[in-house]
Design a binder for this molecule. Structure first.
Ligand code: ADP
Ligand code: MG
Length: 320
């Protein structure tokens, strides 16, 4: 684990924004995208988002996310082709530009969550057919499902994502049936692979979402994969005992900041409470722990100007 000194010193050097003279820029909540000729340069910044809002930046968060995604893309390329071309910088990924399919494939191994699209939120309010999956009576919060389920959401450009069933996706013509079946198959295979891999490192892959694109008639895995932003991770060896006692599992995801804000009464509307440095450092440590537990590797980072370093690396890669 990086020392507190390194983390604290990096607070003033976090990567909030980039402004490279390169292609057409699309600024997502967390990542700055530069659309080039048939390619896309994705810079993962240190921004953290929750409740569909950008909250603040956390030291090294972008590097953690980008390197976790790179790890999984490499490990899963035999299951499905992905968009990666190269990783020119710890915070950057050069990918193939694909036609985005307007659906997020959410896979859940456990029933949990607090937002309106989460399985537990709906189940608690009496929903038993969730996105085409029949859920049995008597489930408790955070319980393991008999087998993982797919609960797609539409990828809305404006406004919030909407839960939807696979049948409805096909009926509305959002994705054709053959492609949708391929997406289902890939999503479950990826989830199974991820679950097994992290189990060796004392983690549970609770749920996650995948995005797919299409290129030259082929289905391609795009965006990010099995990161703490796109997935929930719980600590495995304490899960059962805590569950039996009706307590919350130990979590390793962006829930920490979300929970801190919720405790301050913030659930997405109005001004964001000022997040203290100690909270940012603790949150950053959780991201770094996630990196180390998922990949089994030590996280390496140095203090410094991240934009400067990216610029140099992009020049070396002849992208700038
Ligand atoms: N290979 C790809 N081709 C086209 N679009 C992609 C590809 N990979 C990721 N994207 C899109 O790039 C964006 C990544 O930035 P992000 O910060 O996640 O934005 P958002 O706030 O829209 O989720 C997402 O909109 C994602 O769908
Ligand atoms: Mg996104």
């Amino acid at each position: 684990m990086l020392s507190d000194t390194i983390l604290k010193n990096q607070l003033k050097n976090t990567l909030d924004k980039t402004n490279f003279k390169l292609g057409k820029k699309y600024e997502g909540k967390v990542r700055d995208n530069y659309i080039l000729n048939g390619k896309r340069l994705i810079i993962t910044t240190d921004r953290i988002s929750a409740f569909d809002r950008v909250l603040c930046t956390l030291p090294f968060k972008g590097q953690v996310l980008n390197q976790i995604s790179a790890f999984w893309f490499e490990k899963t390329k035999k299951i499905i082709k992905n968009h990666v071309i190269s990783v020119p910088d710890p915070n950057a990924m050069l990918v193939k530009e694909c036609r985005m399919l307007p659906v997020e494939m959410v896979v859940r191994g456990y029933i949990t969550g607090v937002t309106t699209t989460s399985a537990w939120y709906n189940y608690e309010r009496g929903v038993r057919n969730f996105c085409g999956n029949m859920l049995p009576e008597g489930l408790k919060k955070n319980q393991k499902l008999e087998k993982p389920i797919i609960t797609p959401t539409t990828k809305a450009h404006k406004g919030h994502d909407e839960s939807i069933s696979g049948e409805e996706i096909i009926k509305r013509g959002m994705v054709d049936e053959k492609t949708y079946r391929q997406m289902e198959k890939a999503a479950l295979a990826l989830f199974d692979f991820g679950t097994r891999l992290v189990a060796k490192n004392n983690l549970i892959l609770v749920d996650t979402k995948y995005e797919f694109g299409e290129l030259n008639g082929e289905l391609i895995l795009i965006d990010e994969i099995h990161t703490p932003d796109s997935s929930r991770f719980w600590i495995k060896n304490t899960y059962q005992d805590l569950f039996n006692r009706g307590q919350e599992p130990q979590k390793l995801d962006k829930e920490y900041v979300r929970q801190w804000l919720a405790d301050k009464g913030f659930i997405g509307d109005g001004p964001i409470p000022k997040i203290p440095d100690e909270i940012k450092i603790e949150a950053a440590k959780r991201y770094i722990t996630a990196y180390e537990m998922i990949t089994g590797k030590e996280f390496k980072a140095k203090n410094g100007d991240v934009v400067r370093r990216i610029e140099l690396n992009l020049k070396n890669a002849k992208l700038l």
